[in-house]
Design a protein around this ligand. Sequence first.
Ligand code: ADP
Ligand code: MG
Length: 682
Amino acid sequence: SGHGADHPRKKPRLSAPAGSSSSSTSKDASIQEQRKELPIYTGKDAIVDIIRENDVTVLIGETGSGKTTQVPQYLLESGLAGSGMIAVTQPRKVAATSLAARVATEQDTSVGGLVGYSVRFDEACSPETRIKYVTDGMLVRELLGDPLLSRYSVIIVDEAHERTLRTDLLIANLKTIQQVRNAPADAKGKASAAKLSPLKVVIMSATLEAEKFSKFYNNAKIVYVKGRQHPVTIYHTSQSQPDYVDAALRTFFQIHTDRPQGDVLIFLPGQEDIESLEKSIQLYANQLPKDVPGVLICPMYAALPPSQQSKIFSPTPSGMRKCILATNIAETSITIPGIKYVIDTGKCKEKRYVARQAGTGFDTLLTRDITQSSAVQRAGRAGREGSGYCFRLYTEESFRKMPVTAEPEIRRCTLTSSMLQLKCLGQNFEELEFMDKPDEETVVAALKTLFLLGALDNHRGLTPLGRQMAAFPLEPPFARALVASIELGCTAEVLSIISVLSASSHLFVDTTEARDAAADARRKFRHLSGDHLTVLNVVRAYEEVAASESKAGRRDWCRKMFLNERCLAEAMNIRAQLRDVCTRMKIDWRASAGDNEGPVLKALLQGLVLNTAFLRPDGSYKQVMGPSVVKIHPSSSLADKKMPAIFYDELVYTTHVYARGVSTVPKSFIAEIPVFRLRTAA
Ligand code: ADP
Ligand code: MG
């Protein structure tokens, strides 16, 4: 298709025949009625006209008004998209897949047909696909194979207010693409552009930052969709609640026993808190007296498997109360019907660049206070269908002290991966026009990291190695390890390990109840060199079990071994995708070093070369490329061990700085690794 290795495997989940969308009689009548009741429906013709007349349109409308699900359908049905595709970007994977499923249903097809999605490591598209929900990261990746996004006639940048790094990259690139594709015919210099249709850009958001987007696109047209918001009564606590999970638990049962019918939505920062609150609520719900309604708990977070997402949208069974435990995904990107009560812990997780002083540095997820704009959005979720209530688990004073809006990611995250992609497009961070410019320091750190990984030469130019790395949908360190494995003849092993490390949950189940049993089970897989080869041992054992056991047998085995089966299943899927990429690039992914672990460690070390530390006389470790003194995380198979040098997957900041996912650097490699040489020379 000309997009080379940048595309994951196609997975058409077939679909009604093309053209079936026009036979509206066959569509589910009640769903078509629902579509017509959405606030955006009355503005349908006006919206289509405005988009037709303008290159860029900024569309602002209350969450739940129908922007994300309806606008792409209006554009398709009006013929405005011509023969091109309509892309709708989402910052989050779950939002892209679940919205595609919804819109496919509205079009009376199955997902992967007329309506599809494309997210990292998963795609459901076919030649009939005309509306495609994509993560902003996947569309940036498509730029690498198709710099003018020639397959698309409309790009809808949704949830633009979140200002993720990828969204900002797209916003910048769309401006330059339009300069080529939308220039008057006689001015179209490039032959390739001459036959391309103009590109329409629609920026959508639920919050009122419209002017900034409009200004960036030379005063683009702004359209406001009127929402239907009912009054929401907001309560604050009189004191701050350090244990917000416990406070949420108590508040939920107060609502459940005292308040009339209506579902509850609880906002929590992340998956761990969601899982722990889910357990507690279940425990108490089981002990409720017979005359109190039952509780149906629905978790919602990024790593939740699609099969479990649908129950969130299904009607609450009578005599039950639904309790949804969600991250900020439910703030604006997904609208859940039936919510009357919102409990807001006031917390979220945010990606943030740390160790600036190190010169290189990386992102870490930190739990922090939300912004006022988030708090307002969260409360709003209670008032979509009638008047509602929002219980904030923080004081009114804390609310007033919150920042009004969040800082865009480009100002607070590492730029390494994006910089590599821009380099492949022949662009530089320093020169591209952004809505907000990144920090000079962060740009320099990214340049340095890419240089140390061998992706850039000392004139900041892309190396062939860098281009090869960018072809993999992986973070640069993992991509570097994979490329190294080719030469070292251990691609099979490295693929297995980085697939597990790229999964969205951890491999080992952390349990406090059965710590000894878990440690016993883990010992069976332990490899002397550390966690990476321990992971490999687990994958090998899992493959054997998977080959002989039923699904239930596999689950049972994982439970007994204290392994997270979801992580393993996801990793196997990721590995299959990466193998496909290798096949397309004519790389032998079967190449194995057998029982020789040296090459595997060496390949991983090439990628994680910036994550290395040396033992100090007092038993602690000192980062090679940064100022921190680190300890080996207690979960590591090397915890409490002393090795001359270690490399690790990540640092976690709690009471100490801990290195997680640790392996020893074999002595014989120390001299071969550039940063070690640098250190030895210094
Ligand atoms: P907006 O983008 O303006 O926030 P959406 O287009 O996402 O609004 O949502 C419009 C309506 O579609 C909402 O009422 C929402 O409840 C409904 N909806 C969205 N996704 C689903 C789904 N997966 N299942 C059922 N209803 C859905
Ligand atoms: Mg939306």
